[in-house]
Design a protein around this ligand. Structure first.
Ligand code: AMP
Length: 401
């Protein structure tokens, strides 16, 4: 079966076309600047030249039509006909408590995703645009929604509730949901396969650290705790997001600086984290360049980032009463040897010992970076959220045939 995986953002749309007979990617690409005058479509068919096309793409329906045109294009295409696509899988950030796993798109499912707009105002509306656009372009083709939050639905009440008046949970569903679930799910499974040890025997801390970042304590293969909360703002220090702080900082700063709700949201989501402390960049590559050059603001940003990450690892080891495996994944986790080195350098009390040479290797494959003496296995596992979406889409479509 051939299926299309779609990840729709407010002004972007990423796609991958899979042939599920061997899980190969036939083509992938990205539409950027949707709704702006010069939108860019970058299409990469496997084994052929990448193409870039600039045009006016005002909404997601046109974006998907252009993508489908490319997929069947004489020169750059990989399909004879759009009819070969037998299912579409969509990434949706917030599934609330309603979606505990992936689901077929139905009118009820769409209504539920709309009800969750309040909890994910930046993320769920574009997902609905993507779904509607796919329905218009491929009528009758089954569609599946896969949620970032679903893997974390196994958290216990004592973990997901905030210690605030309970009425806020009942009335407004205020609780920890967690994000990056497909990634935490995937890398924990790969870690178990790589080590040839059953998930039921493992206490794993998965560190998904990219532009955004979250940690998950995975026990018996299930998410026991995770660092993102009601929204993707809680937890680690990130590229432009603050992560944890005293909640009173928010009202204090709003009062002193006379900030509106949207201004303070923007400050915490877009102007904090590495960017705020370094004063120059949210990108870990720039921060580590600054660190190596002895630049004081970049050094401080790096040290805060590493310290906060390490504190979370310690707290999840405490939450699970131990840790067998630490997994690093996503842009920073997969690529930054120095972040991994510095974090692990101060985890010797847990028996963590990494091999500096193994830590430097880049392979794009799951690999061990801990030394044989280490009491904790430390792995680097490239994440693949699209593959999880593709597999779930296939499974749900087959179950509903
Ligand atoms: P992601 O959100 O997973 O795509 O991760 C993107 C982030 O990964 C970028 O903003 C960088 O901060 C980080 N990154 C990518 N490559 C490297 C690298 N070679 N060294 C350090 N950080 C990197």
């Amino acid at each position: 079966m051939k299926l299309l995986v779609i990840n729709a953002g407010s002004s972007s749309l990423k796609y991958q076309l899979y042939d599920m007979t061997d899980e190969s990617v036939l083509a992938k690409g990205l539409v950027e600047r949707i709704g702006m005058d010069s939108s860019i479509l970058t299409h990469k068919p496997t084994g052929k030249e990448e193409v870039t096309e600039v045009s006016e793409i005002l909404e997601h329906t046109t974006a998907i039509r252009k993508v489908l045109d490319k997929l069947v294009d004489q020169e750059h295409g990989v399909l004879n006909s759009v009819d070969e696509i037998q299912a579409v899988g969509h990434r949706v950030v917030h599934g609330g408590e309603y979606f505990k796993s992936s689901a077929l798109v139905t009118p009820e499912a769409k209504a539920e995703i709309r009800r969750l707009f309040d909890l994910a105002p930046l993320h769920n509306p574009p997902a609905i645009s993507g779904i509607t656009a796919a329905e218009k372009n491929m009528p009758g083709v089954p569609q599946v929604v896969v949620f970032d939050t679903a893997f974390h639905q196994t958290m216990e009440e004592k973990v997901f509730l905030y210690p605030i008046p309970k009425v806020l949970y009942k009335k407004h569903h205020v609780r920890r949901y967690g994000m990056h679930g497909t990634s935490h799910y995937y890398v924990s499974r790969i870690a178990s396969e790589y080590l040839n040890r059953p998930l039921e025997d493992l206490k794993i801390i998965t560190c998904h650290i990219g532009n955004g970042g979250s940690l998950t304590a995975v026990k018996d293969g299930k998410s026991m705790d995770t660092s993102m909360g009601l929204t993707p703002l809680e937890g680690l220090m990130m590229g432009t997001r603050s992560g944890d702080l005293d909640p009173a900082v928010v009202t204090f700063v709003m009062n002193k600086e006379e900030l509106s709700i949207s201004e303070v949201n923007s400050m915490l989501n877009k102007h904090s984290g590495l960017l705020a402390i370094s004063g120059s960049s949210s990108d870990m590559r720039d921060i580590t360049d600054g660190l190596e050059a002895g630049e004081p603001n970049a050094t401080l940003a790096f040290e805060m980032y590493e310290y906060r990450l390490r504190k979370y690892i310690g707290s999840y080891a405490a939450a699970m009463n131990g840790v067998d495996v630490i997994v690093f994944t996503a842009g920073v986790g997969e690529n930054s040897a120095i972040v991994r080195e510095k974090v692990c350098e101060n985890l010797t009390y847990l028996g963590v010992e990494i091999d500096p040479e193994l830590n430097k290797i880049r392979s794009g494959e799951p690999r061990r970076i801990s030394s044989p003496n280490s009491k904790v296995e430390v792995l680097v596992v490239p994440t693949n959220e699209e593959l999880v979406i593709a597999r779930d889409t296939l499974r749900i479509v087959e179950e509903n045939r």
